[in-house]
Design a protein around this ligand. Structure first.
Ligand SMILES: NC(=O)c1ccc[n+]([C@@H]2O[C@H](COP(=O)([O-])OP(=O)(O)OC[C@H]3O[C@@H](n4cnc5c(N)ncnc54)[C@H](O)[C@@H]3O)[C@@H](O)[C@H]2O)c1
Length: 253
């Protein structure tokens, strides 16, 4: 990594789940984390909270990954203020479960726009900076929905997350010679306050009883630990891979 304190840009970092946990973990790892999220107020508040927690300032930028001009502007601003980006974590995701036979074109399109094209556009603007710097690490958050045969995720989400895996592999092949590693993490069900609001407690109890081998639902920290490793030089010989973190649910099939 080229800077004394490597710069990490995390998308959708001000929510209740994985993104915020990733931002906090990378900050704990000593990185200069740039907090971005579509929700401007929470974005600023979270960056300020990190600042309190770690005793140093963190920048924040409102960033909706479906606004391509905004992505370009934010990455440009970070490049000017920080000198580059060493770690990019593409965490923004969206889903709406509708059966294929009933799915609106808007649901299909929105899912692809956020989960797949949003990931591409962020990579498209960050990769040239990493190439110029001679290296970097990109971690894309996919999902076990990318390959599970299931009615639980919705086809648009599954297709978008599968696309993220293909995008990850091709980008890894193209950019390995530049020292840029590109990997994906595929979480199983990860608990957060938002999911708690939309699913009844029985849903989580049933998941633990029938699917999860480790007797609990995944926590955001389970994912941010993996992202932290992949972002670091400890993963220096790892690229083009997808790492499942599902407490065994994925392996069970
Ligand atoms: N939670 C799970 O069970 C689970 C499982 C597998 C994969 N994932 C994936 O993990 C990632 C994080 O999910 P999470 O549930 O932990 O949520 P999260 O809390 O990390 O993300 C929610 C945040 O995303 C922001 N956001 C929404 N749309 C955005 C956009 N277009 N641009 C930028 N920010 C946007 C929201 O403002 C909110 O702050 C997603 O890609 C999701 O698909 C989650």
């Amino acid at each position: 990594m080229s800077r004394e304190r490597p710069v990490a840009l995390v998308t959708a970092a001000a929510g209740a789940g994985i993104g915020a946990s990733v931002a906090r973990q990378l900050a704990a790892d000593g990185l200069d984390v740039v907090v971005t999220d579509a929700h401007e107020r929470r974005c600023g508040e979270f960056a300020a909270a990190l600042g309190e927690e770690f005793g140093r300032p963190f920048d924040s930028h409102a960033l909706d990954v479906t606004d391509h001009d905004q992505v370009e502007a934010v990455v440009g601003a970070v490049a000017r203020s920080k000198g580059g980006v060493d770690v990019l974590v593409n965490n923004a995701g969206w889903s709406k479960i509708e059966p294929v036979a009933e799915m609106s074109i808007e649901t299909w399109q929105r899912c692809l726009d956020v989960d797949l094209t949003g990931t591409f556009v962020c990579m498209r603007h960050v990769l040239p900076l990493m190439i110029a710097d001679g290296g970097g690490s990109i971690v894309n958050i996919s999902s076990i929905a990318a390959w599970e045969m299931s009615t639980e995720h919705g086809a648009a989400y599954s297709a978008a997350k599968a696309g993220v895996l293909a995008l990850t592999r091709v980008a890894a092949a193209e950019n390995g010679p530049h020292g840029v590693r590109v990997n994906a993490v595929a979480p199983g069900l990860i608990y957060n306050n938002f999911l708690r609001k939309i699913y009844p407690e029985e849903f989580f109890d049933d998941y633990i009883d029938t699917k999860a081998f480790l007797g609990r639902i995944g926590q955001p920290g389970d994912i941010s630990d993996m992202v932290s490793f992949l972002a670091s030089d400890r993963a220096g010989y790892i690229t083009g891979e997808v790492f499942t973190v599902s407490g065994g649910v994925s392996a069970r099939g």
